[in-house]
Design a protein around this ligand. Structure first.
Ligand code: Q46
Ligand code: ZN
Ligand code: ZN
Length: 315
């Protein structure tokens, strides 16, 4: 097995590119794919500051590393979700990564700063944990980015993630979700820009990237992911990919090129909804209180947790 670029011994084969790569050229391929995604979808302008949402897993740490390698000014954001036996370990990997590289990390802890955690919120609302978790993440990422004056929030969603979500949305024809399933969502209505620069890399590739770069990451899946239907869609797409290399890429990028605009625009000028400010936190919302604050209220009522004295309110 020889590297396509230098003909030296290869360490990885990538069937959808129909090629093998040595370590050096595989790392370059990963950086090139991220640079290409950023350019292809106009994710970042020169000089824009990025806040990378890091979980301690392979994708987000690889993303932060690659953005730095590409010369972007990227700080990290770690959100402690309060999932016992998982969140603390995840935080350890993030702290180690930051300490080794002298990077800047913004930290938010759901229990200490907001008075609840993901398991409590899930129980209080009788929804699946990922629902309460996703809502909290979106809200707190937005707030941290706005507080810190960042131009964009970058998340480590890779091609497997995005293709699986797309498949799920297509199977149920969720038109509103489909219209917003883009690798970049521009800033609008007081929300920062959201970007997914890893959409051209699979999770096998981000894992290999971390191993070759010596990045230690949380290997365990979140214990609350069980029952997450995206995992089933990922397995289905992996079957398809085995038989038809490039299937995930073609599904996702074909959708971006040919279909996403049929389901709506990502830009704010077509957004018909007038947003007001949440009475609790000031975040943009359609109601009086935003979805996060009402979730937080229900979760705190179910199981009060002592708030840290440094808990901040935006307005
Ligand atoms: S952390 Fe949160 Fe994920 Fe765990 S509870 Fe679900 S959404 S699975 S990426
Ligand atoms: Zn090579
Ligand atoms: Zn609010």
């Amino acid at each position: 097995m020889k590297c396509r670029v230098c003909r030296g011994p290869a360490v990885i084969d990538i069937r959808r590119h129909n090629a093998n790569f040595c370590a050096e050229h595989f790392l370059k391929l990963c950086r090139d794919q991220v640079a290409k995604a950023i350019k292809q979808f106009s994710m970042l302008e020169p000089g824009e500051r990025v806040l990378v949402a890091v979980s301690g897993g392979k994708d987000s740490l690889a993303l932060w590393d690659i953005l730095g390698e590409l010369g972007y000014e990227a700080d990290g954001l770690y959100l402690g979700l309060g999932i016992d036996g998982y969140s603390d370990v995840s935080g350890t990997y993030v702290h180690r990564f930051v300490a080794e590289r002298g990077l800047k990390l913004v930290e938010v802890d759901l229990r200490a700063d907001e008075g609840f955690d993901v398991p409590t919120a899930a129980a209080a609302t009788r929804r699946v944990p990922c629902s309460a978790c996703g809502l909290s993440k979106r809200h707190l990422f937005d707030r941290a980015a706005l507080d810190g004056g960042y131009d964009a929030v970058a998340t480590g969603h890779n091609l497997d993630d995005e293709a699986a979500v797309l498949l799920g949305n297509v199977l149920k024809w969720q038109e509103d979700y489909l219209g917003r399933q883009r690798p970049v969502l521009p800033a609008r209505n007081g929300f920062p820009k959201k970007i997914k620069p890893l959409v051209r890399l699979t999770e096998r590739e981000t894992a290999a990237y971390c191993v070759l770069r010596g990045i230690d990451y949380q290997v365990e899946e979140c214990p609350m992911a069980e029952g997450n239907r995206h995992l089933g869609h990922k397995a289905t797409l992996n079957d398809l990919e085995r038989r038809t290399p490039g299937a995930k890429h073609d599904l996702y990028f074909g959708f971006q090129a040919r279909a996403v605009d049929r389901f709506g625009s990502a830009s704010d000028d077509t957004d018909p909804v007038e947003l007001g400010a949440c009475a609790e936190c000031g975040a943009p919302t359609t109601g009086e209180v935003c979805a996060f604050c009402s979730l937080a209220k229900r979760a705190r009522a179910a199981e009060p947790v002592a708030l840290s004295p440094t808990r901040r309110r935006r307005r």
